[in-house]
Write a protein that binds this ligand. Sequence first.
Ligand SMILES: [Fe+2]
Length: 334
Amino acid sequence: VTIPPANRRPDFDITRASHVALAVRDLAASVDFYTQVLGLVLSDREGGTAYLRGVEEVCHHSLTLTEAAGAPACLRTGLRLADEDEVDRAAAFFRARGLPVEEVRLPFCGRALHASDPDGTPLELVARMETRPRAYGDVASHRGAPALRFDHFQILVPDPEATARFYAELGFRTSDYIQDDASGEVIGFFMFRKDNPHDLVFFRRPGPVLHHFGYFVSEPSHIFRACDIAGQMGFGEGVERGPGRHGLGHSLFVYLRDPDGHRVELLPPAVQMIDREEEPVRWSASNGFSSIAWGLPAQRRWFEEVTPYQGVGTRAPAKAGSPMTLERYLQERA
Ligand SMILES: [Fe+2]
């Protein structure tokens, strides 16, 4: 297997996965969920959009919720550029490849681009944001988990090796990959720019669609607190997977579904990844357990229910996978 090596001198400098823009059906219900269960701070609400940030975050928002009629969707995958002088280089990169790109004016942001990657995933590249005081010391105001900061996206794509090649050219390194033992194909890539294993995670399934986005919490008890509050607020069935522990990264996790079914993961901060000599770590897809250190596999809906990107068509992979779902696991052992 050749894992595409990260380009150390990419045409422009992406620093991290930074924010997600969601379309929601009932803004008040969604704001309630994200402020009470995750404990995000409401930075602003204007023009039908709420702007939220984690209690540790200094930038204006890492989550935007826009009320819209119709099916819930993801509007944009947010990435940060190192500074405003990257914007023109980024635009030239997309233009040279025939990919959609345009400069946009966004509330609370400096120069920014809307672009699409080769899968059609809509990107929002933001060079600067207004800042707000970090709320981490304002302990008496904390609600919910409280979530510290945005961490990563998991996006499903039909050909993750092709997607990984594109992002490797943009400087993304692969920390871990999931390989199908029989075919040798890599069906999952964990890629990063910041100092931990994941900014963008790609798995092979029909796509592009958003599977989930992740926020960090400071300690395990905060995961249980989020679950308790979700249960009390009537979202108990939306505590979809976990709390449990991933094999990969040995990270505690829980996946929650918001009032529109958008999936958010809470997890404690991941391991540090900085030094260049670390080789990508291989995990086997075959046993179905690389994703859990213990416990039972995820229920089928965790694999199959996803958030579409608004207005973006999907393609099926050349080969369909057969993930070890909870339903299959129980049937095989009945
Ligand atoms: Fe995740």
